[in-house]
Design a protein around this ligand. Structure first.
Ligand code: UDP
Ligand code: UDP
Length: 477
């Protein structure tokens, strides 16, 4: 950028959880790659240690181009908070509740803003101030275009009979047929909280946000043509909702160097990679249910039995608590010493945060048993590894559908949600064998990897979109 050109300045606001923070920082890294100045607004305190570590690594990796500003949250009155609420969901609510503190932060930035990009969970709150910002505002949607289409379309469904004011449980029916979609979304794939009788904050959030989408200037989504072409086309051709802003498929958001967990840290998890180095190519099953899903005590023994029986070596990452700060119990306490030693004969089990990208990129890894978190999925696509999805909650059945349709993974849909029943070790072993021995899955995963790399190279879909936006923002400066 020459000295006379205007500075393109993008501010980003993530919300809670690694699944929401990772795509935010990777998107920020894309803008940094194209010479933009970035301001990262960080809600504090973060829920997990993993989040605060990642923010520190990001800021120290880009000391000159990134300005980090703390957004100190005002805690909710504990008497108004539902008991046993998911702490990440509580954080969404706390950020929304503190949103009046955001405008003073944004309006005091010394370099004028070209664009403000924030997390989907904050739409209704941020829309109230974004009109005052005098710059375009966008959301980044951290999951599949299929889920985004659902979020957009529910307001159309609800309004199709305005007099009736139906409850989601009624207007969802047996399945949701989104215009432009070949396969409908069955009721059983809809996030369970959305269907609960009565009213809950999750339903209110989705319904409110769905109606506000047309007020945005655009939506960044971590997906791309070959992975979810049908959904992206339906959204951008106005089939899903008329008047939606552009939905930019800028995915897959590439893993970046700043994420490297072991960078300059002692006591890291590099021994896991050293163990992988000793394993034969494509021989290891990697198992992880993401950063914020605890493996239930009732399920953990059968998971161990399934892995022991499947005949492959494995790297199994187990979380016993949703929030890493609360992890206290040892794995042996849960599995018992006998089962623990059998597990250790056949594979590796850890409960620490691992460098997932390095693991997925290791030639020894031949398959991934995943909860279907969209970041994990796009990372796996990036590395061309076949997937077996086991949805646990939220959007994960919709991501499982997207993966099955794309041909890069299978989904054990008879297992239901992770919390519904205990899946027996024998069934787990059978499905793992099915994934690991499926040649067409491996070929398709390889082809999708090629397509993913093409989307990210010079002249690829991500660059085309970002450069065009930067030009627009410069014109408007
Ligand atoms: N992750 C990781 N190490 C772990 C667990 C998770 O690096 O031990 C990363 C993973 O690579 C992904 C993110 O954390 O980028 C998790 O997001 P995802 O959408 O897959 O699932 P969530 O954790 O939000 O359920
Ligand atoms: N949730 C909650 N209380 C509610 C509704 C939802 O704690 O009233 C939780 C739900 O279990 C899920 C999250 O909030 O963990 C909803 O978000 P979603 O699954 O769509 O997002 P993600 O898990 O991908 O962040």
């Amino acid at each position: 950028m020459s000295a006379s050109e205007p500075v393109v300045h993008v501010a980003l606001l993530p919300s809670a959880g690694m699944g929401h923070l990772n795509p935010c920082l990777r998107l920020a890294a894309v803008f940094l790659r194209y010479g933009c100045k970035v301001t990262l607004i960080t809600p504090r305190p973060t829920v997990s240690i993993a989040e605060s570590n990642l923010i520190s690594r990001f800021c120290s990796f880009f000391p000159h181009q990134v300005t980090q500003i703390d957004f100190n949250l005002i805690p909710l009155d504990p008497t108004t908070v539902a008991p046993n609420i998911d702490p990440f969901y509580l954080q969404f609510q706390t950020i929304r509740h503190s949103i009046h503190l955001l405008y003073p932060i944004l309006s005091s930035l010394t370099t004028p803003l070209s664009a403000f990009i924030y997390n989907v969970s904050l739409i209704s709150a941020v829309v109230t101030i974004s009109e005052k910002l005098f710059c375009p505002s966008y959301i980044y949607f951290p999951t599949a275009a299929r889920m985004f289409s659902f979020t957009a379309y529910v307001s159309v469904l609800a309004d199709s009979d305005p007099a009736a004011q139906p409850h989601p449980s009624a207007f969802i029916g047996d399945a949701v047929q989104i215009p432009g979609f070949t396969s409908p979304i069955p009721r059983s794939s809809v996030p369970t909280a959305f269907l609960l009788q009565g009213s809950n904050s999750f339903q209110r959030m989705i319904m409110e946000d769905s109606r506000k989408l047309t007020k945005l200037d655009g939506v960044f989504i971590n997906s791309f043509e070959e992975l979810e072409g049908e959904a992206l086309a339906a959204l951008n051709e106005g089939k899903v909702v008329r008047g939606l802003p552009p939905v930019y498929g800028i995915g897959p958001l590439m893993p970046c160097e700043f994420e490297n967990v072991d960078q300059g840290q002692k006591g890291g998890m590099s021994w896991v990679l050293e163990w992988l180095d000793e394993q034969a190519e494509g021989s290891v099953v990697y198992v992880s249910l993401g950063s914020r899903t605890e493996t239930r005590k009732e399920q953990i023994k059968d998971m161990a039995l399934g892995l022991i029986e499947c005949g492959y070596s494995f790297l199994w990452v187990v979380k016993l608590k949703r929030v890493d700060r609360e992890e206290e119990e040892g794995l042996e306490d849960v599995l018992g010493s006998e089962l623990m030693s059998k597990v250790r004969e056949k594979g590796v089990i850890v409960k620490e945060f691992v460098d997932q990208m390095k693991i997925l990129g290791h030639p020894a890894v031949g398959g991934f048993v995943s909860h279907g978190g969209w970041n994990s999925i796009t990372e796996t696509v990036w590395e061309g590894v076949p997937i077996l999805t086991w949805p646990q909650h939220g959007d994960q059945k919709m991501t499982a559908e997207a993966i099955r349709m794309s041909g890069v993974g299978i989904w054990a849909d008879e297992w239901g949600w992770g919390t519904e029943k205990v899946v027996k070790g024998k069934e787990i072993a059978k499905k793992i064998k099915e994934m690991m021995s499926n040649e067409s899955l491996r070929v398709k995963a390889g082809e999708m990897k090629e397509a993913a790399k093409k989307a990210c190279v010079v002249g690829g879909s991500c660059e085309v979109i970002i450069k065009r936006l930067i030009e627009e923002w410069k014109k408007n400066a």
